[in-house]
Design a protein around this ligand. Structure first.
Ligand SMILES: Cc1cc2nc3c(=O)[nH]c(=O)nc-3n(C[C@H](O)[C@H](O)[C@H](O)COP(=O)(O)OP(=O)(O)OC[C@H]3O[C@@H](n4cnc5c(N)ncnc54)[C@H](O)[C@@H]3O)c2cc1C
Ligand code: FES
Length: 260
């Protein structure tokens, strides 16, 4: 998979920072040419202004706008860092480093794609879907409230929704829904919580479809130096640690060692 060099953090102008669902925010920033290099599945590091929160927060790139030179990020408020971001107003600045990580591999010859996203793993699938040729079957799993669905539909994707409480779409997990619809395709792409990724990986293996999974680990530096974000990757008849921030976050499903 592709690797990208470490680079300087850039002061970026915030054009929008609005709550699109309870505790889910969309931030649009002027990207300072980051958009010309970014590819689907990459992320950026966002820095807090509050000095005690030194570590950057990794957030996936949801949308790359090369005409207006902007990046869209969609994030959930879970702790102190994302809470701070949610209070930023349009017209303020935020320090951003990126684009980081390897991103998804896009094979232009594949004409039917299956995208599976769970919770806060859904945003990067928007930019991915925009870049895929052919039919796109998008499976989205939410707790209760749904978001970004119309954005996928606008791209021409066929969207299937599962919610934990059944308030939208089918009640249950997104993988149950995936199995029920018996879809087929040339490649699976997924991002979301680890148990979901494991289930997607098992499903894809059974169907004989290759799968690219974006792994999420708690990160420190986010640029490959602290070795705080490792996952186990197969190596001949043993395994090795790979850094999710630099060697990933996207790995082939058959590479991943799940029994941790
Ligand atoms: C590659 C990647 C892409 C991501 N993309 C998105 C996205 O598009 N939208 C979104 O809402 N969230 C995304 N996350 C999760 C997001 O990084 C965390 O929710 C966020 O860092 C939490 O910060 P906090 O200060 O609010 O929480 P705290 O729990 O206070 O954070 C403390 C520290 O732990 C780190 N941390 C906490 N949770 C995570 C996590 N899940 N993954 C990695 N580091 C974490 C923080 O960066 C910080 O350094 C992504 C994570 C990774 C690894
Ligand atoms: S977060 Fe430091 S090496 Fe990945």
């Amino acid at each position: 998979m592709r690797e990208i060099n470490k680079r300087e953090k850039i002061q970026s102008f915030i054009l929008e920072n609005s709550e699109i669902n309870p505790n889910i925010f969309r931030m649009i920033v002027s990207s300072n040419r980051m958009e010309s290099e970014a590819i689907p599945g990459q992320f950026v590091n966002l820095y807090c202004k509050e000095g005690s929160r030194l570590l950057p927060r990794p957030i996936s790139i949801c949308d790359i706008d090369k005409t207006n030179n902007t990046l869209t990020l969609v994030y959930g408020v879970v702790g102190k860092g994302t809470k701070e971001f949610s209070n930023l107003k349009p017209g303020e600045y935020i320090d951003i480093l990126g684009p980081l990580g390897n991103g998804y591999i896009i094979d232009k010859d594949i004409d039917k794609h299956i995208l599976v996203g769970g919770g806060i793993g859904i945003p990067p699938l928007i930019e991915l879907a925009k870049n895929l040729n052919g039919e796109k079957y998008v499976y989205l799993g939410f707790r209760s409230d749904i978001y970004l669905v119309s954005e996928f539909e606008r791209i021409g994707a066929k969207v299937y929704i599962a919610t934990d409480d059944g308030s939208y779409g089918t009640k249950g997990t997104v993988v149950d829904l995936l199995m029920k619809t018996n879809v087929d395709g040339g490649m699976v792409y997924s991002c979301g919580p680890k148990p979901m990724l494991k289930a997607v990986s098992d499903w894809a293996k059974e169907k004989g479809i290759k799968a690219q999974l974006s792994m999420e680990e708690r990160m420190g530096c986010g640029i490959g130096t602290c070795v705080g974000c490792v996952c186990k990757i197969k190596k001949e008849d043993s395994w090795e640690y790979k850094r999710v921030c630099k060697d990933g976050p996207v790995f082939w499903s058959e590479e991943i060692v799940w029994n941790e």
